[in-house]
Write a protein that binds this ligand. Structure first.
Ligand code: FES
Length: 96
């Protein structure tokens, strides 16, 4: 994944605290730095995607900060859950 890229994963061991879904987005925010968050929008549980600067919900337009998960615009009143990441030469590890 290049810097600015993102990937959606759905580990069976994860359930986010708002929607109870296992959607996670991993974003390569800068060289060697990754962010991982629940990708289920806290408004009505649509799946958000990374638009290059923020996480964007396609359903009603909420946006979320990719580092803090905080809603920066739109209808969502709660933040996306932020997950721990660890990267090494073999890959990126996300701790739900
Ligand atoms: S479901 Fe995301 S803004 Fe409504």
């Amino acid at each position: 994944m290049n810097s600015g890229g993102s990937a959606q994963i759905q580990p069976s061991s994860y359930s986010d605290p708002v929607c109870g879904q296992n959607n996670i987005i991993v974003v390569h925010t800068s060289a060697g730095t990754y962010a991982a968050l629940s990708s289920s929008c806290t408004h009505a549980c649509c799946v958000v995607s990374f638009n290059g600067t923020a996480l964007h919900c396609p359903c009603h337009g909420a946006t979320f900060d990719v580092t803090t998960g905080k809603c920066t615009n739109g209808r969502a009143s709660q933040s996306l859950q932020v997950l721990q990441t660890c990267a090494d030469a073999n890959g990126v590890y996300v701790t739900p």
